[in-house]
Design a protein around this ligand. Structure first.
Ligand code: PMP
Length: 283
């Protein structure tokens, strides 16, 4: 049996029903996180939950839990569903209220839902790399909030997917921002660049793990804007996210970037990432 969390209660998935006037459903008015589980253990859960609380604050929502309470509740769902390698998805909408744009009264509680999924690590793709497509970034100017509103992201992903690509590389004018569901990195002459953590990107947890690995291994990483020209002239490109980890990009379709195989720095970071997983989750 598959269990989920609905408003703080663990219950059978078939019994979990969401109200039609949930603001998440009607407006996308809410926030979410996806946390990776390796070897039945959370990876970087505190970092994800801290970002969740920050997203909540940025949209004026107060979550009715402490970080520890939330983590314990999520851990009990992972245990209940017997997840070995997978993810937990959790979201808080602003709650259930008659449809009107402005926020409801303070006594309306955020609606909390969560579910788990057993998924394998994308080992083959991590080894061989993936293709990507450049797509204009038409999203709003608060991409730092992990909001339920993902239309700009999903339309970009769809465009990339229809072109046979794994990810869309988003650009605002000539500046590369991030992927549709990942952060973007280039390597040139041994130096890594990634867009600074401004309002134009989501400050990924995997991105931060990569920055830690760089520090430990004396690899130079600069949080600096780069443009399409630099992207296409790079020695290596990779993306990073909770589910894709450190994923090499070996071809940007319709453009001049193409490499035989994932580059040396990308490989080093992948090895460093393995060690982080082993350290936290004992795999
Ligand atoms: N940017 C966007 C737009 C994303 O959706 C994601 C995936 N959540 C990321 C970056 C990567 O973030 P993380 O490493 O925390 O998964």
């Amino acid at each position: 049996m598959d269990y989920v969390i609905l408003d703080g209660q663990i219950l059978d998935r078939n019994k979990a029903k969401v109200d039609i006037e949930d603001r998440g459903y009607q407006f996308g008015d809410g926030i979410y996180e996806v946390i990776r589980v390796y070897n039945s253990t959370f990876f970087t859960a505190d970092e994800h939950l801290t970002r969740l609380f920050q997203s909540a604050e940025k949209i004026g929502m107060t979550l009715p839990y402490t970080l520890e309470e939330l983590k314990n509740l999520l851990a009990s769902l992972v245990k209940r569903n017997n997840i070995n390698d997978g993810t937990i998805y959790l979201q808080f909408s602003r709650g259930v209220a008659a449809r009107q744009h402005h926020y409801p009264d303070k006594d309306v509680k955020p609606a909390f839902t969560a579910y788990t999924k057993e998924i394998e690590r994308p080992k083959d793709k991590l080894k061989k790399g993936v293709h990507a497509k450049l797509v204009e970034d038409v999203r709003w100017l608060r991409c730092d909030i992990k909001s339920l509103n993902l239309l700009g992201n999903i339309m970009a992903k769809q465009e990339a997917s229809e072109a046979g690509c794994f990810e869309a590389i988003l650009h605002r004018g000539s500046t590369v921002t991030e992927g549709s569901s990942s952060n973007m990195f280039i390597v040139k002459d041994g130096i890594i660049k990634t867009h600074p953590a401004t309002n134009l990107i989501l400050n990924g947890i995997t991105r931060r793990v990569i920055m830690d690995i760089c520090k430990e291994q004396n690899i130079t990483i600069k949080e600096e804007e780069f443009n399409i020209e630099e992207l296409l002239a790079a020695d290596e490109i990779f993306l990073a996210s909770t589910t894709s980890e450190v994923m090499p990009i070996v071809k940007v379709i319709g453009e001049s970037f193409e490499t035989e195989e994932p580059g040396e720095i990308t490989r080093k970071l992948q090895a460093g990432f393995e060690k982080k997983i082993a350290l936290q989750c004992g795999e």
